[in-house]
Design a protein around this ligand. Structure first.
Ligand SMILES: [Zn+2]
Length: 470
């Protein structure tokens, strides 16, 4: 009995300090609690709860972000990891670091692959969000080509209005300015918005959704083109977000979405692209249904090499759209069906494959270190943090990493504590292996860092499988 009382009181003490707690139905400190974690869950998951099995966890499951069905299948369980973008300063090294379960679920009703929400977008994309799109040359060039394509295809000119959701530092909208096209960016990270304004771009500092769209429409905005590149995965309230496009689009307007294609996540073992900041992973077949519910129809789709294989989906208002559907739409739907993505089995086999990969990666790294080889890493992307935390690899295997982004230099990677240096460090320490964490930029990095071959250094990638590049 003594134990029970101690267990409860201690648990209460811990939960009282937890962020995201609700008092009288209102969040404390503006932080919302994870939607399916009740106070009882937190009590059960505290250290004192070791004395009592956490039965509640089995009876309480998340629901689908799209169709609200109860979720029953975890397709990838990557253990406990910190937020992938929570880089730590030297001053934070002696403090506790929050870890959260990293699990991808699939809905057996609609097949949407999704993660639970442990941190709100407000916390993730706070005012000091460190990612500036313009640091990546290849990404800026990708944006420039996109602007050329859509400007001629949809005849955009001085009478047209383009709205980009998550415009970051203006890396894309800037290319419309010389054409005289009127542009508006919507961007929640204040420092990114400031950088965009410095380029002469009008920006609303705000999260996008039905309410923001309705307000802009009331102010007289209507978009001939809306752009949403690599943002739809970051949205917890999916239906509200998509509704915003229907509200703000002109009757003959077009919206394009770019997102990582879940087909490649499954086909090429890209499990490291699973992290808490991504709430959903889409196929064309699920995404088409999500749009249709909001009165938008898909009329074209392209496969892109970006981020390990993305889709660019073109949609328009179902009732008033003027563009005919291309043959690429049914062709891609058929490719997804042939790959098994329209039944749950392909997803369920995934978890075992990831575990096998973990053993292979560890085997390679252990053998290399046992043979006296040194390993440094290149890049500090979010996906690298999923990989290193899941495999359990820190400075015991990898001495340090480097990154061109000066905001990341001097920090350490979340969870693993691997320090981030300037790329010049590679040429001082001359490692035997250079592990490329952003494998989607592999060719660019191999070219940039070709100098390591001087001392016999070799490049290493771990996804889709362990590969040494001479
Ligand atoms: Zn569902």
């Amino acid at each position: 009995m003594h134990y029970r009382i101690f267990a409860f009181d201690r648990a209460k003490l811990v939960t009282d300090r937890l962020p995201g707690q609700v008092q009288d139905g209102r969040p404390v400190n503006g932080r919302r609690p994870p939607p399916f974690q009740t106070r009882q869950h937190r009590i059960m998951s505290s250290s004192a709860a070791m004395l009592h099995p956490p039965l509640l966890m089995d009876s309480h499951r998340p629901t689908c972000r799209f169709c609200a069905a109860g979720l029953r299948h975890v397709i990838a369980d990557l253990g406990m990891t910190p937020m992938a973008n929570a880089y730590r300063s030297p001053a934070e090294q002696d403090r506790m670091e929050p870890f959260y379960p990293l699990r991808a679920w699939v809905c057996d009703a609609c097949l949407l692959v999704q993660l639970e929400e442990f941190e709100t977008p407000e916390q993730i994309f706070a005012a000091d969000y460190a990612y500036f799109s313009s640091y990546s040359d290849s990404w800026v060039e990708h944006a420039r080509r996109y602007v050329e394509d859509v400007s001629s295809r949809f005849r955009l000119g001085p009478n047209s209005r383009v709205v980009e959701v998550a415009c970051n530092d203006g890396y894309l909208l800037r290319w419309f300015l010389p054409k005289g096209v009127k542009v508006l960016g919507v961007e929640p990270a204040a420092n990114c918005a400031e950088a965009a304004r410095a380029r002469g771009i009008e920006v609303e500092v705000e999260f996008f959704g039905a309410r923001t769209a309705a307000r802009l429409k009331a102010q007289g905005y209507q978009a001939d083109l809306m752009v949403a590149n690599n943002v739809v995965a970051h949205v917890p309230n999916l239906n509200d977000f998509v509704e915003g496009f229907r509200i703000l689009l002109a009757p003959t307007g077009v919206v394009t979405f770019e997102f990582h294609h879940v087909l490649n996540l499954v086909r090429y073992n890209q499990f490291d692209t699973i992290y808490h900041e991504h709430f959903c992973y889409h196929s064309l077949s699920t995404f088409r249904r999500i749009l249709a519910r909001q009165g938008l129809s898909v009329f074209d789709v392209e496969e892109l090499p970006t981020h390990g294989g993305s889709l660019r989906v073109y949609a328009q208002p179902q009732e008033t759209g003027i563009h005919p559907t291309t043959t690429r739409v049914p062709a891609l739907l058929e490719a997804e069906r042939a790959a098994g993505l329209t039944s749950i089995d392909a997803y369920l086999a995934y978890g075992e494959r990831i575990k096998r990969m973990k053993r292979q990666l560890l085997r390679f790294l252990i053998d290399a270190r046992e043979a006296g080889k040194s390993i440094a890493a290149y890049g500090a992307p979010a996906k690298g943090n999923t990989l290193l935390n899941y495999v359990g690899v820190g400075t015991d295997f990898i001495d340090y990493t480097v990154d061109r982004n000066p905001h990341k230099q001097g920090m350490t990677l979340p969870g693993t504590g691997i320090p981030i240096h300037d790329p010049a460090k590679i040429f001082e320490t001359r490692p035997d292996y250079l592990l490329i964490l952003p494998w989607n930029l592999r060719d660019e990095i191999v070219r940039q860092m070709a100098g390591i071959r001087e001392w016999g250094g070799r490049f290493l990638v771990l996804i889709p499988e362990v590969k040494v590049i001479d």
